[in-house]
Design a protein around this ligand. Structure first.
Ligand code: PAF
Length: 298
């Protein structure tokens, strides 16, 4: 198998986890850091149960001379466009760009701006959080799905990805997988962020439980109309399962709100609302969540 060189843009928890996985699978793996970063090598540390793995990976910035042929993007959704624009001069003409990012609509945005890029999407349920820069805890093993809208067959580079994580699949219906994750995030993320609670409380508190129910109904109606009937049919049990399985988690949006950072709401509920509007479906619960997150006190 041909060795592939991957660059990783966005060395947060998921970026660090996959950078280690890529390195271990035999790929030459380089971190792409912000333009003011000085280090030429960075230690990536991943704690898993009682073990800690550490590797030193080369790091570049937009000011370096480099050719990027395969780029994994693990930034926040709202940073994707600017972060890719910052290194666009380093990308090979038909560079493979794999977006492992929350939300939907980003592949289209990238292809509109750079039609020659070979953009793929992924979604993962690997659980990881940051302890310090490039030092993370891999808290829960999950599944990673990769695909491209309308593409049944996996490309040659995907062969290596089966060794990057324990459970990585090519998904010929990646849009459904991304939509399913979006639907779950539309419900859990803003509610936990607004109420300052862990995911599990959404199943324990009766007022929150009824908000989950109402949101599930609204998101299921939009999902069905958008062509994702299977997601709609199973949305309630799926959401309950994620809440139970991640009961102790502080959702990513709650973490962003607690740290006073921008949230990904525009790429999650905002994207769903755009689709609902195109389909002429009212979505008052989602609209109210979006507005409350936007208008929250700093
Ligand atoms: O964004 C998140 O935090 C996660 O996707 C999820 C599933 C809501 C668990 O916390």
């Amino acid at each position: 198998m041909l060795e592939t060189r991957w660059h990783v843009l966005g060395a947060g928890a998921i970026g660090s986890l996959f950078a280690l996985g890529l390195h271990r699978s035999g790929c030459t793996t380089t971190l792409v850091m912000r333009s003011d970063a000085k280090a030429r090598f960075l230690a990536v540390k991943v704690e898993r149960e009682a073990h800690c793995s550490e590797v030193r990976l080369p790091a570049i910035t937009s000011q370096d001379r480099a050719h990027i042929s395969h780029l994994l993007v693990t930034t926040k959704a709202y940073d994707v466009q600017t972060a890719v624009a910052g290194i666009a001069h380093l990308l090979d003409e038909h560079c493979v760009v794999l977006l492992l990012v929350n939300g939907m609509g980003l592949a289209r945005q990238l292809n509109d701006a750079w039609p020659h890029l070979d953009v793929y999407c992924g979604t993962t349920t690997e659980g990881a959080y940051t302890l310090a820069p490039q030092h993370i805890r891999h808290a829960g093993r999950g599944e990673t799905r990769i695909g491209r809208s309308g593409q049944g067959e996996a490309p040659a580079w995907f062969g290596q990805w089966k060794q990057v994580t324990d459970n990585c699949l090519w998904d010929s219906d990646i849009d459904a997988a991304l939509w399913s994750k979006l639907a779950v995030n539309c419900i859990i993320n803003p509610l936990t962020a607004l109420h300052g609670c862990r995911n599990g409380e959404l199943a324990e508190n009766s007022a929150l439980k009824s908000q989950v129910e109402a949101l599930c109904d609204e998101v299921a109606t939009i999902s069905r109309a958008a062509g994702f009937a299977a997601v709609a049919d199973t949305l309630k049990p799926t959401v309950c399962g994620v809440i139970a399985g991640t009961a102790d988690n502080r959702s990513s949006m709650l973490q962003d709100v607690s740290r006073g950072r921008q949230t990904e709401i525009d790429y999650i509920n905002g994207y769903l609302l755009q689709v609902a509007e195109q389909l002429g479906i009212p979505a008052p619960h989602n609209r109210s969540l979006l507005e409350r997150i936007h208008n929250r006190a700093p």
